[in-house]
Design a protein around this ligand. Sequence first.
Ligand code: XMP
Length: 333
Amino acid sequence: MENNKRPETMARITTKALADAFIEEQIAALREQIGDKKVLLALSGGVDSSVVAALLIKAIGKQLVCVHVNHGLMRKGESEDVIKIFGEAMEANLIYIDATDRFLDLLAGVADPERKRKIIGAEFINVFADEARKLENITYLAQGTIYPDILESIKQAEGKKAVKSHHNVGGLPEDLKFELVEPLKLLFKDEVRVVGEALGLPHAMVYRQPFPGPGLGVRCLGAITRDRLNALREADAILREEFDNSGLNEKVWQYFIAVPDIKSVGVKDESRYEGWPAIIRAVNTTDAMTATIEEIPYAVLHHITQRITNEVEGINRVLYDLTPKPTGTIEWE
Ligand code: XMP
């Protein structure tokens, strides 16, 4: 546990110069630890795994094997971005697995969000383990563990109950024994971002809003169907695009669309049109334990509503959730 404790003397990484020093130090330490061995990394495209990937690519190049599992619950364009940034621009050793059918088949008919989480978490490990077994001579597993994860584990070890089960790559099957490489484990999120930018990752990726491991699976309420999941993904992409255009992406901590499993009657092209509502959620928070509602200019809401109802198949209404946390949670699930 001792090397899991952040030394009190460790300066907060707030500038490019401090990030560069951290990167140099880590590159030396990683090369020393890894030697000529190979390292496996589950690269989701989230901030933490992306920064770990960029750091390891710099330190050990092709000795790093990145596996990107597309569980079919990613936001629009996310897997493509991982391929572009890591596979193409950084020339990483990247294996892309489209496991959409595996996940959606298992999730068919499952409405309970905690069951969905468990299925997604377990299947993620299955897919990743299947791939890991095909690879030879892997010694290490890299993880994007950051300091708040370490602090959370300490809390859990002390018997404090977690509100929800969050999944990561921990818990691989017995036959897959790797040593861990966790170069970010003493960093806070803001420091990870500064390091990510210093490593040359795109600003949008490094300052990306948090996205739950189970992805759109928890936002497609009730039992997931492909058509509703698709509607959710398209509506969410429009919301994100309009938040980018209006600068709200810099002001709002987390924003997304949820689509419940209810239909109402509406009108499209002068005909009766039964569709789902798209629910906008846009919250600000510092620690996700409580959250406030960001005031979105009416004109932006109006424009988003028009675009979603005109462009997204299956959606006939747009609603704006005004509930802070508590009494709501941030996610709808
Ligand atoms: P709630 O809904 O509990 O969300 O207010 C708080 C924060 O946690 C994120 N969240 C998750 N993240 N796996 C994750 O990695 C999950 O299963 C999960 N559920 C919620 C949520 O997006 C918000 O930022």
